[in-house]
Design a protein around this ligand. Sequence first.
Ligand code: SAH
Length: 262
Amino acid sequence: MGKVWFVGAGPGDPELLTLKGQRLIAEADAILYAGSLVSKAATQWAKSGCAIQDSKGMDLEQITNWLVSKAQAGQSVIRLQTGDPGLYGALIEMVQPLDQAGIEVEVVPGVSSAMASAATAVESLTLPEITQTVILTRVEGRTPMPEGESLAELAQHHATLCIYLSITLLEKVERELLAAGWSQEAPIVVVHKASWPDEERIIRGTLSNIRGRCKAEKIDNQAMIIASPTLGARQWPSMKKSKLYDKDFSHRFRSAQKERSA
Ligand code: SAH
């Protein structure tokens, strides 16, 4: 019996795949990649003779049947998923039929698009005394949000919000953040195809103008919306510094200067 690896392909740039993911791709007998979001370039390390298939047109049953049949034939199989497999990736729906078939499963994490988007925009998702919390979420579209998780409720924390799957619902994002007390002037960053060579675009704006800017740039898919009181901090004249590198702050690997001189 073979084994199925769920491998996070990262946000797009094949260099953002983990070394482990790359090694497994090179060793695999069969790779099923989510072609709507994962670049085929991520399969460039596959050995010759490896069966490579795009799952774009397949439904869940066809996907799991493909994985099961390859694994039952004794193959090492990879399901290559965008970003991290544990975020909006239908992971458990695919794992359950494999469990039922007695096939071994392992998951390899990936760089999620929220992290890639913050990185390319040179933004920090947390800042001392601004916010120390990141909420990964989406707004309600065809998938209903569980009770207590509407954006208006989550946004009341005034923490960083990384909003997936919602670029066509920017109007709703705007409405819910305003309802939660965010200002019209609150900075927003939208990153389209973060890390994709030649395709990445960063759109900056405020709650009141980001929708118009995205429309003007024709951005209506594969985009991350980041709303955060930390945005734009690179240009701030002053800010609270992290304790981690503070010379007066001791931690496990370094004593504070005061203590050293005492
Ligand atoms: N598992 C993925 C998310 C899959 S849901 C991850 O961890 O990133 C698909 C959503 O992810 C898209 O609607 C978009 O909001 C976001 N996304 C995926 N790739 C992206 C990229 N390269 N740049 C910006 N957003 C991306």
